[in-house]
Structure formats: structure tokens, C-alpha cells
Design a protein around this ligand. Structure first.
Ligand code: NDP
Length: 282
């Protein structure tokens, strides 16, 4: 079997085209959707992610403001900045790029962002809304995975979804979103025993670990849907996912590539969330 490749880049492009139309409608009403991206320190990976987000904003007409703060910025000054942005009616979305330097408490920072401007969906209130099945901003990466599968015409109900990884930003919300769509859900992690025996049961397998090519063909059910969230560098410095694409694509029915899979979807959902936030001010 050779898997169908889910082209995240193409799907994200179509979402961005729709977002752009909505931005134009907002501009006609005198509203300029605006996202503020706060970066603290000089993490090289963060610099690339932020550059991509800002470029994407520009392409759809969302105004982006990047605030770069030095490594030794105090937690107090970041909190104060967020407080000012929360009350600024011209700002629709606030994103704090993670990771933060060690002396800054990530949770305190994320909790400071107004839930109405929390376009990353990391605020506890939005996490609670997801848990309770209520609407609110949801983390961009798992939302992007769901949207990508929906737009590929794939169904969820009754399927066994196995999520590898249990982070607050990907694994846990991913599992909740599958549950919401009537999947039977398993979450596996670094302490899971017999991991492959569980992943082999997956009709939908999502890997969000951060280990190059750890999902091999013998861990995958023939014909299943395999979604690779991981962004890694292999020993040759080449960008790769968590899934061994070449061998797994011989077994799976559907597979997402890295690059060109989940990554572009994450950014498309960030734009969508920012524009939703601006639309809610109408
Ligand atoms: P975290 O490091 O926060 O979480 C990784 C998870 O993987 C943990 O739950 C950990 O388990 C689990 N894990 C680690 N080793 C194993 C193992 N051998 N077997 C099973 N589970 C294991 O990472 P994130 O969730 O933030 O990100 C995961 C990956 O996704 C990274 O490569 C990241 O770069 C990428 N990413 C991609 C995005 C995109 O847009 N495409 C967006 C966000 C992230 P435990 O909890 O037990 O430690």
C-alpha cells in the first residue's frame, strides 16, 4: 500500500485565502485585525517560527507587531506589557512565543493574557472551555490537525485515535478534540509500556513527541491515518518529523509529510483565530 499524502500546505493555503477575504471585509468596516507577538530572548528556533508567523500575517493583511525583549527582561515587565495590550482595543491577538527564559514563569505569563485575545488557546480558561466542550480559542496545532483531516474528507466517529505525547499545547488538547468527535481515544507517552502494541491499534495515529523518525512501519496499522506533528532535525541536520515517512507511507492509508504537513496548518489556524477575535468586536 502506498499512502495518500495529506498536503497540509495546500489545505492551509485555502484556509488563508478564506481568512484574507474576511480580513478585507473587516478592513471595509474600518477594523484592522492585529496580532502582537512577544519574543523574549534569542532562541534560534523561536526566531524562525516567529518570522513565519509574521510573514503569514502580512500575506493575509493581518497587522503584526513583533515585540522583541532581551533575555534579562523581568517577568514583571512582561506582565505589565501584556496588561497594556489586554486593554488596547486595537489589538486582537496576543501571542507569547515559547519557550521563555527560565527566570520567567510561563504559566503566570499565559494566564495574564486576556482569554478573548488568547489566539494560541493556552489560557486556562480556554483549556477549561475545551475540556467542557464549550467554544473558545483552542490550541492551533491540534485544531489544525482536525481541520486538515476534515478537509481531506476523513471521518472520526467510532475510530480509535492514538495520540503519542501529552503536552498541554499538543497532545492533551488533541486527545480532547478527538473525544469531542466521538473517537475512542488513547494517549501514550514516555512511560507507556508496550507502546507499539497500542499504536498498532490506531485508526488515527498522531505523533507529537519530538524524536526523529521514532514511529516506524511496524508501529502502524495498515490503512490507517498517520499525522506527524514532530519537527526535528536528523543527524544530518535535515528537517524531519517523528514518523519514518518512507517506510510508514508503505503501510498507512493516509499520511502527513514534514515539512508541508501540520506546520502550515498551525499558522493558518493562528490567522483564523486572530481574525475571529477581530470579528467578535463587530
Ligand atoms: P513536549 O516535549 O512538550 O512533549 C513531548 C511528549 O512526548 C511528552 O508527553 C513525552 O512524554 C512524549 N515522549 C517523549 N519521548 C517519548 C517516547 N519515547 N515515547 C512516547 N512518548 C514520548 O513537546 P510538544 O508537545 O511541545 O511538541 C512535540 C513535537 O511537536 C516537537 O517536535 C515540536 O517541535 C513539534 N511541534 C510542532 C508544531 C507544528 O506546528 N507542527 C507545533 C508544536 C510542536 P512525557 O510526558 O512522559 O515526558
Amino acid at each position: 500500500m502506498v499512502a495518500n499524502i495529506i498536503d497540509g500546505k495546500a489545505i492551509a493555503t485555502s484556509i488563508r485565502q478564506d481568512v484574507k477575504k474576511r480580513v478585507d471585509q473587516l478592513l471595509n468596516k474600518g477594523i484592522q485585525p492585529t496580532l502582537v507577538v512577544i519574543v523574549v530572548g534569542n532562541n534560534p528556533a523561536s526566531a524562525i517560527y516567529v518570522r513565519n508567523k509574521i510573514k503569514a500575517c502580512h500575506e493575509v493583511g493581518v497587522r503584526s507587531i513583533k515585540v522583541s525583549l532581551s533575555d534579562d527582561t523581568t517577568e514583571q515587565s512582561v506582565l505589565k506589557l501584556i496588561e497594556e495590550l489586554n486593554t488596547d482595543t486595537n489589538i486582537n491577538g496576543i501571542l507569547v512565543q515559547l519557550p521563555l527564559p527560565k527566570h520567567i514563569d510561563e504559566h503566570r505569563i499565559l494566564e495574564k493574557i486576556s482569554p478573548e485575545k488568547d489566539v494560541d488557546g493556552f489560557h486556562l480558561l480556554n483549556a477549561g472551555r475545551l475540556l467542557s466542550g464549550l467554544s473558545g480559542f483552542r490550541p492551533c496545532t491540534p485544531s489544525g490537525v482536525i481541520r486538515m483531516l476534515e478537509l481531506s474528507g476523513l471521518s472520526f466517529e467510532g475510530k480509535h485515535a492514538v495520540v503519542v505525547g501529552r503536552s498541554n499545547i499538543v497532545g492533551k488538547p488533541m486527545a480532547l478534540m478527538f473525544l469531542e468527535r466521538n473517537c475512542t481515544v488513547s494517549i501514550v507517552h514516555s512511560k507507556t509500556k508496550e507502546l507499539a502494541s497500542i499504536t498498532r491499534q490506531a485508526d488515527i495515529l498522531v505523533s507529537a513527541v519530538g524524536k526523529p523518525r521514532m514511529i516506524s512501519a511496524n508501529m502502524v496499522k495498515p490503512g490507517s491515518i498517520v499525522v506527524d506533528v514532530g519537527i526535528n532535525r536528523d543527524t544530518d541536520g535535515k528537517l524531519c518529523g517523528d514518523v519514518d515517512f518512507d517506510t510508514v507511507s508503505e503501510v498507512a492509508g493516509w499520511i502527513t509529510p514534514v515539512p508541508g504537513g501540520v506546520g502550515p496548518m498551525t499558522i493558518a489556524i493562528l490567522l483564523d483565530n486572530t481574525v475571529k477575535s477581530a470579528e467578535s468586536t463587530l
